[in-house]
Design a protein around this ligand. Structure first.
Ligand code: FAD
Length: 453
């Protein structure tokens, strides 16, 4: 018969690990973590690319230097994680057109200012249309970006969530600075550190605790009011528990990977379907030598093309790893999906075409390319959740709310910090606290029932 534990945690990303840690610290030791892949970390994931540690998923600790301290920044400081400050402020002065000319700083600064103003204006209109605000007067809709430089700036302002436009809690509360993780041990080192505080670890630092079960793909979650929950994995194993904490991403919840018996209620599935999933792809390219301008003020550069988001945002890795000769280009959404579907050689050709536009025909070909595929990964189905800027809070409340004995966690359940590592981390803590509360209530109610009999 299947073994029974107090809590099953589905997923060993940052939210699953932080949730498990809180439970363990509160005396819930008989927990099981079921993780689909063969590693912990989820969307925090490093890979060695031509000898250099690169982050395929989360790369930055975002929100540093503000009035409140970012808990992930604290974890990083405690474990001596190597990070580099990312100065985006110069990116607008490194905008290339298709003939390789950099837009004059006056033009660039002007376009940038206009784009920020128009974005703020747009937000104001959305706000005014909000049922809770009274809409007074007629608003002229701000004009849409049209020229390549406008499109490029629009892309970096919105698809990168630049702090100067959107009232994002991360920047408002934790500060506007961002630090790139540039550590051979990877961003995931923070997760291993966290896991080691409550899971058995071998002398070599490997997690050897049999409560962490890797390569276990959860396919079904059945619950009954009195008996608890029964979880079935793809390999036919059954696990039983009193409660489940489910940390699979919003993209996974939208897919049919996990079936629920009884089915999730309508309010829940509707909320899940209404949450937008962002796809964000960092493509790494290795070169035999450096042909781009170096220096920290040149770290980020932009390519202005008539197609929005076409190999727009570039970064050189010389600050993070001097001498690595690696460039990173970021694609999002439609462009990400398009590139995921084609062979990497095709993507390399496109990227080289763009680089030759910017730096001339004589630059060397890339020797290696790495294209992460978050959209086609059935344990992710996207990169992170994306709530409307002026979002109705009900949506995230519904996505987060438990259904019977199933508690939902993950970055997408964080009201203030969704989409970020600290969002996942804080969500895990939050969910476990809620579950501990529920467990206490259930215990008292059971106690009362016994007295009555
Ligand atoms: P996950 O890390 O996805 O954990 C969920 C786990 O559940 C995964 O390990 C998955 O394998 C597992 N799972 C899924 N389905 C099943 C199943 N059926 N059975 C068993 N296990 C299952 N954040 C930042 O703060 N800064 C950044 O710079 C940043 N950049 C990003 C760039 C990219 C490309 C991506 C993808 C994300 C980025 N993020 C960034 C977001 C950040 O990575 C996430 O918000 C955070 O890591 C999510 O953690 P989580 O625990 O909610 O989910």
């Amino acid at each position: 018969s299947p073994s029974r534990s107090s809590v099953i945690i589905v997923g060993a990303g940052v939210s699953g690990i932080s949730a498990a840690k809180v439970l363990a610290e509160n005396g819930i030791e008989d927990l099981v973590i079921l993780e689909a892949t063969d590693r912990i970390g989820g969307r925090i994931r490093k890979e060695t690319f031509t000898g250099v540690s690169v982050e395929l998923g989360a790369g930055w600790i975002a929100g540093v230097g503000g009035k409140e301290s970012n808990p992930v920044w604290e974890l990083a400081a405690k474990s001596g994680l190597r990070t580099c400050f990312s100065d985006y402020s110069n990116a607008r002065y490194n905008i290339y057109d298709r003939s390789g000319k950099i837009f004059p700083s006056g033009v660039a600064a002007d376009s940038y200012k206009k784009a920020v103003e128009s974005a703020i204006e747009k937000l104001r209109i959305v706000d005014a249309n909000h049922p809770f605000c009274d809409a007074t007067g007629v608003h002229e809709p701000p004009c849409c970006p049209k020229t390549p430089i406008e499109l490029a700036i629009d892309f970096i302002l919105h698809d990168f969530e630049m702090a100067e436009v959107e009232p994002i809690s991360t920047y408002l509360e934790f500060g506007e600075r961002e630090f790139l993780v540039a550590d051979e041990r990877g961003y995931e080192h923070l997760l291993y550190k966290m896991a080691q505080e409550f899971l058995l670890t071998s002398e070599e630092g490997q997690i050897s605790d049999n409560r962490l079960k890797l390569s276990k793909v959860v396919r079904e979650i059945q619950q009954s009011k009195n008996d608890g929950v029964r979880v079935t994995t793809e390999d036919g194993c059954i696990y039983e528990a009193n409660y489940v904490i489910l940390s699979a991403s919003i993209g996974v919840l939208q897919s049919n990977l996990i079936s629920f018996t009884p089915p999730l209620p309508r309010w829940k599935t509707e909320a899940i379907d209404n949450c937008d999933v962002m796809v964000y792809t960092k493509i790494f390219l290795k070169f035999p030598y450096k042909f781009w301008p170096s220096g920290s003020e040149k770290e980020f550069f932009i390519y202005a093309h008539e197609r929005r988001g076409f190999y727009t945002f570039w970064q050189h890795m010389e600050n993070a790893y001097p001498g690595s000769n690696i460039l990173v280009v970021t694609l999002t959404n439609g462009e990400s999906k398009r590139v995921e579907a084609q062979p990497d050689e095709e993507t390399m050709k496109e990227a080289m075409g763009v680089l030759r536009d910017m730096f001339g025909p004589n630059i060397p070909n890339a020797t290696d390319i790495l294209v992460p595929r978050w959209w086609n990964n059935r344990f992710q189905r996207g990169s992170y959740s994306n709530y409307p800027i002026v979002s109705n809070n009900q949506l995230v409340q519904d996505i987060k709310a438990p259904v019977g004995r199933i508690f939902f966690t993950g970055e997408h359940t964080s009201e203030r910090f969704n989409g970020y590592v600290h969002g996942g981390y804080l969500a895990g803590i939050d969910t476990s606290k809620a579950l501990l509360g529920e467990m206490r209530t259930e215990k008292t109610e059971k106690g009362r029932k016994c007295e009555n009999h």
